[in-house]
Write a protein that binds this ligand. Structure first.
Ligand code: AMP
Length: 177
């Protein structure tokens, strides 16, 4: 029997030079075609955070919505979306951060995180950590606390962990490259 991380590693599809030259894109969509593997992934996240108090899950657009929503339903807690600027229809809080070239801005609907809530931030992949850190800032702007971070994949050579471990030391990645 292959371990869960070996199953994930052999299922994630690596696409060189997407969306631009030099980026080795980790495509998680083949995982979604395997419902048994998806269930095992959700079970693993639930077990890794079983001792952590979580009031809500924040999922980052767009691949963070897939397992994020499933986790929230399993834990019977609210799911909150973080999206790129201009996508959310209602009033938002917004956080701008620097990228290698230029900047990006992420938004969350106001009043979705209640003061004092402990929020788990989820995305498919941790690269430089800027996006996950922006999600953490949005939670803090609404007076929430960071319960932890959950990723399927961590690109450890990019050291993204350094950008987020100040928010919480509970950082789970099911596979690392
Ligand atoms: P970062 O802010 O650098 O940690 O980037 C994280 C976001 O970009 C996540 O939403 C990922 O889905 C996406 N991303 C960054 N690099 C990759 C990659 N090599 N393969 C797949 N997705 C990536």
């Amino acid at each position: 029997m292959k371990s869960l991380s070996d199953q994930i590693l052999s299922t994630v599809r690596e696409v060189p030079d997407f969306p631009k030259k030099g980026i080795n894109f980790k495509d998680i969509t083949p995982i979604l075609e395997n419902p048994k593997l998806c269930r095992e992934i959700v079970d693993e996240f639930i077990s890794r955070f079983s001792k952590t108090k979580i009031d809500a899950i924040v999922g980052i657009e767009s691949r963070g919505f897939l397992f994020g929503m499933t986790l929230a339903m399993r834990l019977n807690i609210p799911f909150i979306t973080v999206r790129k600027k201009g996508k959310l229809p209602y009033k938002t809080v917004s956080y701008r951060y620097e990228l290698e070239y230029g900047s990006a801005e992420m938004e969350m609907h106001v009043d979705t995180v209640k003061p004092g809530w402990k929020v788990l931030i989820h995305d498919d992949l941790l690269a430089t950590g800027g996006t996950a850190a922006a999600a953490a800032e949005l939670v803090k702007m609404q007076k929430g606390k960071i319960a932890g971070f959950a990723f399927l994949v961590e690109l450890s050579f990019l050291d993204g962990i350094k950008k987020i471990n100040g928010y919480s030391d509970k950082i789970v990645a099911l596979v690392r490259y």
